[in-house]
Design a protein around this ligand. Structure first.
Ligand SMILES: Nc1ncnc2c1ncn2[C@@H]1O[C@H](COP(=O)(O)OP(=O)(O)OP(=O)(O)O)[C@@H](O)[C@H]1O
Ligand SMILES: [Mg+2]
Length: 236
């Protein structure tokens, strides 16, 4: 598949057009950012690692009939994807308290949530991706009720599938962020990436953080942590 013009350069990825107008190439960069772009850096090898990790998760979810934009890998840091009309909402699911939830509600980090929490954030860099609820989404006309319902059902299913997948590999799926998009026929499918940039993973025994929090809080061993996730999910 021939790579054509660059159509989007984001903080972590680049999107290129292809000769097929229904498909894009998603290239994963080594660039890292946190706190809505306030902190920037690079993580050597991250592009290739995240591309591979995302491919593994997308393929695994397809085996459970969770439709997603992944088609195939083209190089270590590039995947061919279905072009979608992205719904400008981040769908977050949380199993364990940390991060902004810990601060917002004054909860103890590490507290297990008996009922996972589903959150929506508006994708708007100028506003710093604010927390919204479904009614804001309808009023802002970014998604319709049946679309939000579908995003919730899909995110809950993905949580159940990936939680046990990670558990079997000695890790806790703490929380994660997903993006969804519409196909030409109006079907809502999973898009973007699933990686240590967009999920929090802890070692089950030690609770060692194996995700972007190591970069956010200058904990060191960032690249090793990303590699460890790849190694652990690559083995059965
Ligand atoms: N299948 C798809 N079709 C079209 N766009 C997509 C698809 N999957 C992901 N995207 C979009 O591609 C971009 C990927 O770039 P990246 O994640 O680096 O952006 P970003 O800097 O994080 O900005 P954003 O806040 O938009 O995510 C995102 O805007 C994402 O919404
Ligand atoms: Mg992004």
């Amino acid at each position: 598949m021939e790579k054509k013009e660059l159509i989007h350069e984001g903080k972590a990825k680049k999107l290129y057009a292809t000769e097929d107008e229904t498909m894009l190439i998603q290239l994963f960069k080594d660039d890292a950012s946190a706190f809505n772009g306030a902190k920037k850096g690079t993580i050597t090898g991250k592009g290739e690692i995240n591309c591979t990790i995302s491919s593994i998760f997308f393929e695994y979810l397809q085996s459970y009939h969770i439709s997603n934009h992944y088609i195939k890998n083209l190089s270590p840091n590039e995947m061919l994807i279905k072009k979608l009309d992205i719904i400008p909402i981040e769908a977050v699911m949380r199993n364990v308290v940390t991060g902004s939830l810990e601060k917002r509600l004054g909860l103890q980090e590490g507290m297990m949530l008996e009922y996972p929490i589903f959150e929506l954030y508006l994708k708007n860099d100028e506003l710093g991706d604010p927390l919204i609820n479904e009614h804001h989404a309808y009023a802002l006309q970014v998604a319709r009720p049946e679309e939000i319902r579908l995003m919730y059902r899909s995110t809950a299913k993905i949580n159940a599938i990936l939680k046990s997948f990670m558990e079997r590999r000695g890790m806790v799926l703490v929380d994660f962020k997903l993006e969804f998009g519409r196909t030409d026929s109006g079907e809502i499918i999973l898009a973007d990436e699933i990686s240590p940039d967009t999920c929090r993973f802890w070692d089950r025994k030690t609770h060692k953080k194996l995700d972007k929090d190591r970069f956010r809080f200058d904990m060191g061993g960032v690249e090793q942590a990303y590699r460890e996730i790849l190694e652990r999910i690559s083995s059965n």
